[in-house]
Ligand binder design. Structure first.
Ligand SMILES: NC(=O)C1=CN([C@@H]2O[C@H](COP(=O)(O)OP(=O)(O)OC[C@H]3O[C@@H](n4cnc5c(N)ncnc54)[C@H](OP(=O)(O)O)[C@@H]3O)[C@@H](O)[C@H]2O)C=CC1
Ligand SMILES: O=C(O)[C@H](O)CS(=O)(=O)O
Length: 492
């Protein structure tokens, strides 16, 4: 059981991975003001660490250090940079259990998911280590006989990132790894709710030989000040953010003054469609994985479940049975499927969507109330009779609430699925080949899962269309955002 910092430390094989100082310019530092902030275990409500609360000036110091460090790093060969990243990957995997325990203690997700996330985060480091050696340019046939045209790719410079609490490791790895592979330096501001995973990753990056100043972790409670410094400091040339669309808009406006390159991985409102020719057991498995991973606190998780009329009742019954088998509890305990929600306001949002749905005619099939464990635990919930007029049709719940919408016709469900400002992930289950091709092309989303509820992998481009964001992370495309093209026209 976890009671205090000392207890978490005593559970780790490497207690030094539980860091409370910030990692700034290659040094582990307290805030100059001496201020700290509490990191709270959401399953128990106890303080597990007191982390340095840096000021805007200290964030500027980290940016200066990143500017100093980047030139030498960029001049090294891709193979050399790849070697350092590969070592970082190896260290993350060697320390997977400790990193997972730190993550569960600060974020609440079950240990099985935390182990999975550490491996997922590390996979981006491994992938981009390999890509560091493959930053190819191109030659273009000249438009005059004496001209030779070439295009080279160069690192953009200092990159800065802001990440959310729902994936405390992978969201950072997915940004930092391509940046370092490209030859950039990086300053990350992790969320104040879950800074410990970021600091543990920095400890291992340092051991892997990432040069001083190249990668800093600036912990602070003032996310808006960090955002302003990242956008207003002329040394920063690239901003990457994962979080809500609302904050993404603020950052894009702030970044406009410096015409800074931005990547935004923002909110979703994923439709999950079950057609009448679907394998219902597979669809239920997919819905459980997709809706309840991380307790529904995932921007690619199913927010609206559309089921065709002919299979609606059968699907609802099977889903109910599967949901009632999910075990809610402390993520550090064996057998837990769903941990706590991240903070009290997250419970409020689930309750708000539930009340709105019931007020507008939905029926609770299972759950629908706080879990007997109280605190930030909520029973996984299904409602039937959901409609497009309900709040959940337009707004991401980010919690364990599964609304079932009934539909009759393929064109209608495509129209309903696309009727949103968001366009991150979408899913559907069907067997008929022409239906599969038609629907996958008609869904206005950056990602479509066909007969699967899990689409995340380092080898594929992750990102959204419409107000779900800009740019792609992972895959061979993920490194492009950290580089500039230079066209060279040589007369001979
Ligand atoms: N795409 C995704 O993966 C995510 C989507 N969301 C969506 O957003 C909703 C709200 O979640 P929430 O965590 O509040 O998301 P936010 O967008 O508010 O937070 C994400 C990150 O941005 C930081 N942040 C907040 N305000 C600013 C600002 N003005 N300038 C710079 N950084 C800022 C936060 O820091 P701090 O919290 O320390 O202030 C956090 O690190 C969720 O319910 C979900 O719908 C949320 C998280 C991830
Ligand atoms: O990689 C993932 O699965 C997601 O990025 C997690 S989230 O950003 O969709 O929440």
């Amino acid at each position: 059981m976890l009671d205090s910092t000392t207890d978490l430390k005593s559970m780790l094989t490497r207690a030094d991975l539980l860091c409370e100082q910030a990692f700034l310019g290659g040094a582990w530092v307290d805030a100059k003001s001496g201020k700290t902030f509490d990191v709270v275990n959401p399953a128990r409500g106890d303080v597990i660490a007191k982390v340095a609360d840096l000021s805007r000036e200290e964030i500027a110091d980290a940016i200066d250090a990143a500017e100093q460090a980047r030139h030498d790093w960029a001049s090294r060969t891709g193979k050399d940079r790849a070697g350092v990243l590969r070592k970082w990957f190896d260290l993350m995997m060697e320390n997977q259990e400790d990193l997972a325990m730190i993550m569960t203690a600060e974020q609440g997700k079950p240990m099985t998911e935390s182990r999975g996330e550490v491996a997922y985060g590390a996979s981006f480091v491994e992938w981009f280590a390999e890509e560091a050696k493959r930053i190819y340019g191109e030659t273009i046939p000249g438009h005059q006989p004496n001209l030779r045209l070439t295009v080279i790719k160069q690192p953009i410079g200092v990159a800065a990132g802001i990440t959310p609490w729902n994936f405390p490791n992978a969201m950072i790895a997915r940004k930092v790894a391509p940046a370092l592979a490209a030859g950039c330096s990086f300053v990350i501001r992790p969320p104040s709710l879950t800074p410990l995973s970021a600091l543990a990753m920095a400890k291992l990056a340092e051991e892997a030989g990432v040069p001083a100043g190249l990668f800093s972790v600036v912990t602070t409670t003032s996310s808006s000040e960090a955002g302003k410094e990242f956008c207003e400091n002329p040394l920063v040339r690239k901003l990457t953010f994962t979080g809500s669309t609302e904050v993404g808009r603020i950052l894009l406006k702030q970044a406009a003054d410096q015409v800074m390159k931005c990547s935004m991985e923002l909110g979703g409102n994923a439709p999950f469609i079950v057609f009448d020719d679907a394998d219902l057991d597979e669809a239920v498995k997919g819905a459980i994985a997709c809706k309840f991973r991380n307790n529904g606190q995932t921007c690619v998780c199913a927010n609206r479940i559309y089921v065709q009329a002919g299979v609606y009742d059968a699907f609802a019954e099977k889903l109910k049975k599967a949901v009632e088998d999910l075990h809610v509890g402390d993520g550090l305990k064996d057998g837990t499927d769903l941990g706590p929600l991240i903070e009290p306001s997250a419970i409020d949002k689930v309750k708000e969507h539930l009340k709105d749905a019931v007020d507008k005619g939905a029926t609770v099939l299972t759950g629908g109330e706080e879990h007997p464990l109280k605190g930030q635990f909520f029973k996984p919930t299904i409602v039937t009779g959901a409609t497009q007029e309900m709040q959940v049709a337009t707004d991401e719940t980010f919690g364990p609430f599964a609304p079932l919408f009934k539909f009759e016709d393929e064109d209608d469900v495509i129209a309903m699925a696309n009727d949103t400002i968001f366009g991150l992930a979408s899913y559907f289950y069907a067997k008929d080949l022409s239906r599969v091709v038609k629907v996958q092309e008609a869904l206005e989303y950056g990602i479509v899962g066909v007969n699967t509820g899990i689409i995340s992998t380092e080898v594929a481009p992750f990102g959204g269309v419409k107000q779900s964001g800009l740019g792609r992370e992972g895959s061979r495309h993920g490194i492009e955002d950290y580089m500039e093209l230079k066209y060279i026209c040589t007369a001979v």
